[in-house]
Design a binder for this molecule. Structure first.
Ligand SMILES: [Zn+2]
Ligand SMILES: [Zn+2]
Length: 230
């Protein structure tokens, strides 16, 4: 599917977390990327859920669909969200995804909305191979310090239920000095968020205006670079 050239909006939205019908999303990767392109995304990662199964088939399908966007202005990232894995097996799941070619690996953190194993945040932030700890809920200062030490970016979530703890995540990150991103965790195209919406979510969670450029542009660009995309 080729996207029509789109010049009316600035292309400045970066989103590192979304899903397709390969797991619990509702639409295809192509539909997600097409919609993202239309609302001004520079990059959208598809991060479908994996646990301890072979991540290869999901990544192969996403990679095949991503070929449609080669050479366009939209950067596609093909990855996984390691979800509901007992903490002692998280390193194995993360490394299996890397071996299978995941360009980005995020971990489904200890959100207030969908409980996962206690210790998930801690296991994720101890791994350099994790790019983003998604919706980390009531993350502790100690976990945030480990995240900083291992360069794991913390997520402010646009998803309503996960987002209940956004204020806590922002406050902790400001205290510790963590890098943050604002991700949609979209499960269908209408849940993708524009730059303006991402800005409002970050400000609403207590992020000072002076930190917006770092969260919405500088950290995403650095993350893209680390994922081999820019
Ligand atoms: Zn999640
Ligand atoms: Zn998710």
């Amino acid at each position: 599917m080729a996207a029509a050239p789109r010049t009316s909006l600035p292309r400045n939205r970066y989103d590192f977390h979304s899903h397709t019908y390969l797991t619990d999303g509702e639409e295809s990767a192509s539909s997600m990327w097409y919609a993202a392109d239309r609302i001004g995304h520079r990059a959208l990662a598809i991060t479908d859920h994996v646990a301890l199964q072979d991540p290869g088939p999901i990544l192969d399908t996403l990679r095949a669909e991503a070929r449609a966007w080669e050479g366009t202005d939209l950067l596609t990232l093909v990855g996984v969200e390691v979800t509901m894995v007992p903490p002692r097996y998280i390193p194995e799941a993360v490394r299996a995804a890397r071996r299978a070619g995941a360009e980005i690996v995020i971990v489904h953190g200890e959100t207030v909305a969908e409980p996962v194993f206690a210790g998930t945040n801690r296991a994720a932030v101890e791994l350099n191979e994790v790019d983003v700890l998604a919706h980390p809920g009531f993350i502790t200062v100690e976990e945030a310090e480990l995240a900083k030490a291992h360069d794991v970016v913390l997520e402010v979530s646009a998803r309503t239920l996960h987002g209940r703890a956004n204020g806590h995540v922002v406050r902790t990150a400001l205290e510790v000095g963590n890098d943050l991103v604002v991700d949609s965790d979209a499960h269908k195209t209408e849940q993708l968020v524009s730059t303006e919406m991402a800005r409002q979510i970050a400000r609403g969670a207590g992020l000072p205006e002076s930190h917006l450029a770092r969260v919405l542009e500088e950290t995403p660009r650095r993350l893209l670079h680390r994922c081999g995309k820019a």
